[in-house]
Design a protein around this ligand. Sequence first.
Ligand code: 1GP
Length: 245
Amino acid sequence: MKVLDYILERVSRGKVHMTLIDPEKQPPRAAASLAEMACDAGTDAIMVGGSTGVTQDAMDATVTAVKASGTVPVILFPAGASSLSRHADALYYMSLLNSRSTQMIVGEQRKAVHAVKGWGLETIPMAYLIVEPGMRAGEIGKADPIPRGRPDEAVEWALTAQFMGMRLVYLEAGSGAPEPAPPAMVRAVRDAIQIPLIVGGGIRTPAAASALVRAGADILVTGTIVEQTKDAARLREIVAAVKKG
Ligand code: 1GP
């Protein structure tokens, strides 16, 4: 089964949780333990990536370790063409639509084509939209972040993505953001588009997770909470809040 079909099937049955693991934050063996913990907690997929210069070797080592200890698909979430791995199950072929840099919209994507084609890696077209504050992802991506009080702007970007054929839309407040994307923005986007909506960045509590899924997010992504606390109970509570919808 293709990973996109797996995601769409899960989304059709309920809310979905994904865990982000950044290869820069810990060695591969520790990443494997995090993946195991996340799978035990009920996460539906592991995303591997980070905002800053992860080398292909680091990606390969982490993806291989995570695949060996996890039980769910491993999807690349790369900052650019130099941080890919042939060992993943799929690659989010992301375009940072609200970047000021063509490199982040189509340039890195163009650089990646030969490796991706050669490896036969599944590509999942995804629009990546940075919402204030955006954190490192916003800086590295040279984004003009969507203001938190402008759900209408988020709707315009998300519809642009859908009309261009993207299969997923990701509203990203940035890893470690003080607060996630506003639920009112999530609701406005959910009401406007027909494709699944991913929300990530700054989700640390079951209450925040509940508010976002109730606002209409189909998929929630958490990273920092697992990496920093390694708290399996906290992660289980967040996944449970997501699944409860
Ligand atoms: C970042 O949305 C993800 O791309 C995860 O963010 O690390 O804040 O959970 P956190």
